[in-house]
Design a protein around this ligand. Structure first.
Ligand SMILES: Cc1cc2nc3c(=O)[nH]c(=O)nc-3n(C[C@H](O)[C@H](O)[C@H](O)COP(=O)(O)OP(=O)(O)OC[C@H]3O[C@@H](n4cnc5c(N)ncnc54)[C@H](O)[C@@H]3O)c2cc1C
Length: 370
């Protein structure tokens, strides 16, 4: 019998299990593939505090500290430059200001003087924050796997959760692909874009109001060392982070998907062509710039755009974290950590009062309902 079963070994599940083990809980982590087998390794790896809500700023700030704590190789402190019209950046400036984060506002000429590779139109400004990270997700996954094993978490890979066995007030056990079932005092559902499937197969009378987009990112080798910050471009709708001679990112492009897509099939070439064209508008690149890797993976979204974070309605021993959209790698470490603390330390979640799973679970409508 375990104190805690964490279902899903993406960024959220790994940090939840690590924190639970630190707090003395006997913890098992169940992952259908291998650790970091879902959306997390396919992420572009941008971490920035320049987000529109103060809670998100706080979460990313904590995630940065956590990544630094558990990883040596997966991150570089590149800083982050958000480029856009002044009015488009107002909300995120207000959020970082309220959270006490230091920032600089630079005009077009100041940006080009500091990083001569940039090309910036005169009507744009840049907001620069110094401590944001560029993260290599696959390297992070390997380091977290080692940390989990060292911390005493039991890691069950290639084991699929096939359903939740519930009574009227709690999860009694989870059914596994091996035919066995697993029991714990508490469960954290960190299944990312697969959460929908488990909820729908386990509760016949509910509808789940979340949706999945397949997102794309690219790694471009520029042929030269890049001493620039990670940046997002509200004007051209692109984002990039430097890693050695490469840039990882792309245009904010995505397609609706009925199910999570983790195939490594090539993205439609129009997405890459547009991303590269926009990158060339913003940076002086020479003919050496070439595509060396593409990423394709599922992101799950809620209708109101906010993550799901909290106890599952009616089931007192289950906690659910999902709907992190395209910003889950940077918020996931803090959310996983805080979920484990909420369960182990009985911590109040007042700051998450708008994030309850009840928002996305609705009783199924019968045919005759209007
Ligand atoms: C192309 C792309 C670019 C992105 N760029 C960024 C970025 O720059 N910055 C950022 O912050 N975010 C980015 N994201 C979003 C980020 O990747 C996700 O929000 C985040 O990884 C979600 O983490 P998670 O732990 O919730 O889900 P996942 O990493 O998907 O973890 C869920 C895990 O559950 C496992 N699982 C599924 N079903 C079962 C089952 N039945 N039984 C057991 N295990 C199961 C899966 O194998 C998976 O490992 C990007 C995503 C994509 C696709």
């Amino acid at each position: 019998m375990y104190d805690l079963a964490v279902l899903g070994g993406g960024v959220v599940g790994c940090f939840a299990a690590l924190r639970a083990a630190e707090l003395g809980l006997r913890t098992i982590l169940v992952e259908a593939r291998s650790i970091f087998g879902g959306a997390s390794p396919r992420s572009a790896g941008v971490f920035t505090v320049q987000l529109d809500s103060p809670l998100d700023v706080e979460l990313v700030n904590q995630s940065i500290e956590l990544v630094k704590k558990y990883s040596k190789e997966a991150w570089r402190e590149t800083g982050f430059l958000q480029i856009g019209r002044e009015d488009a950046l107002e909300e995120s400036i207000e959020s970082i200001r309220r959270c006490g984060i230091n920032y600089e506002v630079l005009n077009d000429e100041e940006i080009m003087r500091r990083w001569p590779i940039f090309i910036v139109e005169s009507e744009l400004i840049g907001v620069y924050t110094k401590h944001d990270l560029s993260v290599e997700p696959k390297v992070l996954g390997r380091e977290l796997r080692a940390a989990l094993l060292e911390s005493g978490v039991e890691v069950a890979e290639e084991v699929i959760v096939t359903g939740l066995k519930t009574d009227s007030s709690e999860i009694e056990a989870v059914n596994l692909s091996s035919g066995l079932s697993l029991s714990a005092d508490y469960y954290i559902l960190a299944l990312g874009p697969w959460t929908r499937e488990i909820l729908l197969s386990s509760f016949k009378d509910v509808e789940v109001e979340s949706f999945i987009l397949t997102c794309f990112a690219f790694r471009i080798d520029t042929g030269r060392d890049l001493d620039i910050p990670s940046f997002s471009d509200e004007y051209l709708h692109t984002y990039w982070r430097p890693w050695g001679t490469t840039l990882v990112g792309g245009r904010y492009d995505a397609e609706f998907s009925a199910k999570p897509d983790v195939s490594d099939a090539e993205p439609p070439s129009k997405f890459y062509r547009t991303s590269l064209k926009l990158l060339r508008r913003r940076l002086k690149l020479d003919s050496r710039a070439e595509l060396v890797e593409h990423m394709r993976g599922p992101c799950s979204f809620t209708n109101d755009g906010m993550p799901v974070f909290g106890p599952l309605s009616g089931l007192k021993n289950a906690f659910i974290i999902e709907g992190l959209g395209g910003y889950g790698l940077m918020r996931g470490p803090a959310l996983g950590y805080r979920a484990a603390e909420a369960l182990a330390l009985n911590r109040e979640l007042t700051e998450f009062k708008h994030h309850s799973p009840t928002r996305i679970l609705r009783p199924k409508r019968r045919k005759n309902d209007v």
